[in-house]
Design a protein around this ligand. Structure first.
Ligand code: FEO
Ligand code: CA
Ligand code: CA
Ligand code: CA
Length: 626
């Protein structure tokens, strides 16, 4: 790690700098012989006692069904190690929009293969490092809202800056090339294109004016010199996963916001700053040019980030709203469903090693055409406890249960979760709900610290039911079914849909669950979405060296899983260096839009800088694709 510059680090590695893992553990040495693969499968079959609660096969029967024949309408593809995209025979793809492509005609020449995008044009083009996205049908048009999670300073800034902004203008460039893009798209007969100059087109950046609502809005914890009322935060940042409300607005989720705050002098290192990884060296040096990001000037500014933010994609003049009732942590995405009585339920993961899974339940109810006031500002936040016997419970985070004032519960949700004994998880990434039944899936991407060291709040992280492997480099997908098939209840049962692994390297739990084979193996599940046919699409953000523990896994990829049989098949491979993240479909379901973040080489142009892009994928015979 010493040889890497700050910009080379993943967000995970960046946090690691301040909270290092022990270099080697006893467990590292014995991991290969710890548990036999045979022994593990016995354990999973034992999980079958919970099968009745799910009404579907668990992993044991899943493996048998998968062997009987594929349920998927495509021939699974092999791995790739090149700098291109691969899809099954009978499918084709093309870029929809690349970093730097214009949203407005006055930015037609904004992108240069040599120098990228200028500061003046950065908020008129598609942002860098695409992530979560959703498609909305607005007055017969198709509008995509899509996140730009972060910027690679070395790609965006002049070479002489060596990856660190040297002026306020360079900081502005980085601020404006991240955030959210709203863009109209249209089918031109050969895949889709962005409708340049559409009245819906909009960029939302680190400086866009927002408002806040919910119990923590206006509290002392979110007041700053620039906003003494604590109601008018600026900017949404590190926009990772996404969500779509039942009423047709976009939810953008602020993840690794900690990396944007630094200090130009001494400041108080508090427990809450530590829990959220704030302080020390910032990634972007914003604090040198903008007092808002300087902890010595505005110590409460970080408390105004790490929220789920709602944006109305139908109204470019609308003001985004940060919903404090949904808690503050490193939000991955926000999956909204409805309780049987009409209350709104939002499932959310906190992507950090040993952090928690949450859900929010509104007090009010909603039905088509009814007002939405208060639905995301007046409710209860819960955190998940998973028991080893495959039951679980949602624990309310209130003043009564935590002994903390409600604004503290929401601003410091991680500490509230620790107080009630939430289960530490292996980095919760995307959560998606099965449209066919009350069942929810969460990708637990990996956690090298499992069984090795506590989380940043000091909670011990021994192996537990849904996180059963120490030093977990491969990840797994946990799923749960709420009691009575009602997302509004607080009890659930759970099982593991898949444990990723490498059966060619390990003959134990690290070889993966029974539905993992040499032909479909992958590591680090991250993005997930169900399609309308009830299939689960799984995107990966993992190690793509194709060596050692990862030999035979190739580049990051997108797979399709059958929730009933457990079968998983590879559908798409990404260019080397990239993760696959973000997935939505055209209104007619004939085109899938897929995000390709931080590609390597010169993808997709074949020359110049690599360009993070959204691609369109469709069947050559014109049939639907989910
Ligand atoms: Fe931005 Fe947890 O991925
Ligand atoms: Ca992710
Ligand atoms: Ca990830
Ligand atoms: Ca990412």
């Amino acid at each position: 790690m010493d040889k890497k510059t700050l910009n080379d680090l993943s967000w995970d590695e960046f946090d690691e700098l301040r909270d290092a893992r022990p270099a080697a553990t006893e467990f590292d040495k014995v991991v290969e012989s710890a548990i036999s693969r045979r022994g593990f499968m016995g354990g999973v079959l034992a999980f079958g006692s919970g099968a009745a609660a799910f009404g579907s096969g668990l992993l044991g029967s899943a493996g048998k069904a998968a062997a009987a024949g594929s349920a998927f309408p495509f021939e699974p593809i092999g791995i790739a190690t090149d700098f291109d995209i691969h899809v099954p025979a009978g499918y084709t793809w093309k870029p929809l929009v690349r970093w730097g492509d214009p949203l407005f005609s006055d930015a037609a020449d904004a992108y240069s293969p040599k120098t990228g995008v200028s500061a003046a044009m950065a908020d008129k083009v598609f942002g860098e490092n695409t992530d979560g996205m959703e498609l909305f049908e607005v007055d017969g048009k198709e509008v995509i809202a899509v996140n730009s999670e972060y910027a690679n300073p070395e790609i965006n800034l002049p070479e002489a800056s060596e990856g660190t902004p040297q002026s306020a203008e360079e900081v502005m460039l980085l601020k404006n090339i991240q955030g959210v893009t709203i863009m109209e798209v249209a089918n031109t007969g050969n895949g889709y294109e962005v409708v340049v100059d559409s009245p819906y087109n909009r960029r939302i950046t680190h400086d866009t004016q927002m408002t806040m609502d919910g119990p923590a809005a206006g509290s002392a914890l979110v007041q700053t010199k620039a906003d003494p009322e604590g109601m008018s935060p600026k900017g949404t940042m590190n926009n990772c996963g996404s969500g779509k409300t039942l009423w047709g607005t976009y939810l953008t989720c602020e993840e690794n916001f900690n990396g944007y705050f630094g200090a130009t002098g001494d400041y108080a290192v508090t427990k809450d700053l530590e829990r959220y990884g704030i302080g020390g060296e910032a990634r972007y040096a914003y604090e040198k040019f903008d007092a808002r990001f300087d902890l010595t000037q505005e110590p409460n500014e970080p408390n105004r980030h790490g929220w789920v933010t709602e944006i109305d994609p139908t109204d470019p003049a609308s003001t985004p709203v940060k919903h404090t009732a949904l808690g503050r942590f490193k939000h991955e995405n926000a999956e909204m469903v409805q309780a049987a009585d009409g209350r709104v339920v939002v499932y959310m993961g906190d992507d950090e090693r040993g952090e928690f899974i949450y859900k929010y339940v509104s007090n009010g109810t909603w039905a088509e055409g009814q007002p939405t006031d208060g639905l995301l500002s007046d409710g209860t936040l819960y955190v998940a406890r998973f028991n080893d016997d495959q039951t679980g419970e949602w624990l309310a985070l209130t003043s009564e249960t935590t002994g903390m004032p409600i604004e503290e519960v929401l601003v410091f949700s991680r500490m509230a979760g620790s107080k009630v004994g939430a289960t530490t998880m292996d980095r919760p990434e995307w959560i998606t709900a099965n449209p066919m039944k009350a069942e929810v899936y969460c990708a637990l991407t990996n956690n090298k610290n499992r069984g090795v060291k506590p989380n940043a709040g000091g909670d011990e992280t021994p192996v537990n039911g849904p996180n059963p492997r120490e030093t977990n480099n491969y990840g797994q997908i946990v799923r749960w079914a709420p009691e009575g098939g009602d997302h509004g209840t607080t009890a659930f049962t759970w099982d593991l849909y898949v444990m990723a692994g490498n059966p060619t390297v390990y003959d134990n739990t690290y070889g993966g669950s029974e539905n993992i084979t040499e032909g479909n193996m992958f590591n680090s599940p991250d993005g997930m979405a169900f399609d309308t046919t009830g299939l689960l699409w799984i995107q990966t953000d993992g190690e793509d060296s194709n060596e050692g523990e990862y030999a035979g896994m190739g580049n990051n990829q997108m797979l399709v899983g059958d929730p009933e049989t457990g079968e998983i098949a590879r559908f798409l491979t990404a260019p080397n260096g990239a993760e696959v993240t973000g997935l939505c479909w055209s209104a007619d379901r004939k085109v899938a839009f897929v995000g390709i973040q931080h590609p390597g080489g010169s993808w997709p142009d074949g020359h110049g800088k690599p360009r993070s892009s959204v691609i369109a994928v469709w069947r050559e015979d014109g049939a639907t694709i989910g």
